[in-house]
Design a binder for this molecule. Structure first.
Ligand code: GLY
Length: 320
């Protein structure tokens, strides 16, 4: 029997002081939700799904409620889930009026022969599987609105270019898990980048770019500048290096360094090997992350920070 592990991230970038405590609390809650699933014998897929639901519902993060806005002030979200045992995956891109896009991504994986549905077709599929639409307004946070106004005020200037490359507050949520049967999974969800063109799709729903899970090696979920992550196929780069014998930390650091050097792109990753070794790496100012293994929660947000606390008990409602 394998020792279960859950890892989550609440996104890279600057994470302003006013969001630091909420980011910590949100990643802790998500890790506990994912760990509770594993502790009652649940699968890695169910664990990452449970963790992402918590992060999507938390307005501090750029996913589900709290998603950043397109230049038209709309919410367009991307989400993905992948099973490392079968390599089955499901994703949606540019979906609107969804409280939890991860539900739809999972339905794509389990109820269609496809791996990615976009835009209107994805929303139609949501109607077919009974996922209710919500008003855009219910997904929009004060922070997302303020950020869009900031982008629009600087649109076309060097400042806007800098924001687009380096981001300004938060980006994307993700989770990777290893269950007691030795199965891996990953899931990622995002509102993308502020002031994006309507129809823009980032790295997150593209397997290999924004994430990957393969029981033979490990699982990865990425956060950061989606165009840069896609150019270097960040997640698959890390998994390939691990497959070829590189240690997870070295593989993660190297891939992010390559992204900075080759395309001036920044971001972060959570990586979990199939032997249960969890590592984090980021080249942005901050990245909020948390993982639980053997009843101990580890978390951080600033470079070189790691806080630990015991997870005392788990029941059907979660872990304390
Ligand atoms: N990393 C999320 C995005 O660029 O869409």
């Amino acid at each position: 029997m394998t020792m279960p592990v859950i890892m989550v991230h609440g996104g890279a970038w600057t994470i302003p002081e006013k969001l630091v405590e909420a980011s910590r609390a949100g990643t802790h809650a998500a890790a506990r939700a994912g760990y509770a699933v594993l502790m009652r014998g649940g699968s890695a897929i169910d664990s990452v799904h449970a963790a992402i639901l918590v992060l999507e519902d938390d307005p501090s993060f750029d996913a589900g409620t709290g998603s950043v806005l397109t230049r038209n002030g709309e919410v367009e979200m991307d989400s993905v889930i992948m099973d490392g045992k079968t390599l089955a995956s499901g994703a949606v891109a540019c979906v609107q009026n969804m409280k939890n896009p991860i539900e739809l991504a999972r339905a794509v994986m389990e109820k269609t022969p496809h791996i990615l549905l976009v835009g209107k077709g994805a929303n139609q599929f949501a109607d077919e599987v009974g996922i209710k639409r919500v008003a855009t307004e219910s997904l929009v946070s004060e922070e997302a609105r303020r950020e869009l106004e900031c982008y629009q005020a600087n649109y076309g200037s060097a400042v806007q270019e800098l924001f687009c490359q380096r981001g300004s507050h938060h980006d994307t949520v993700g989770a990777v898990a290893l269950d007691a049967d030795g199965n891996l999974a990953y899931a990622t969800s995002t509102g993308g980048i502020s002031c994006k063109r309507p129809g823009r799709v980032g790295d997150s729903p593209i397997i290999g770019a924004g994430g990957y899970a393969d029981n033979e090696v490990g699982a990865v979920s990425c956060t950061g500048h989606g165009e840069s992550i896609s150019k270097v196929v960040l997640a698959h780069q890390i998994v390939s290096d691990m497959r070829n014998g590189k240690a997870p930390q070295e593989a993660a650091d190297k891939a992010l360094a390559k992204m900075a050097a080759r395309v001036n792109g920044y971001g972060g990753v959570i990586v979990l090997s199939n032997s249960g070794e969890p590592v984090t790496s980021f080249t942005t100012e901050r990245m909020s992350w948390a993982w639980i293994k053997d009843g101990v929660l580890h978390s951080g947000i600033n470079p070189d920070e790691e806080i630990t606390e015991d997870v005392k008990s788990c029941n059907l409602n979660g872990c304390n």
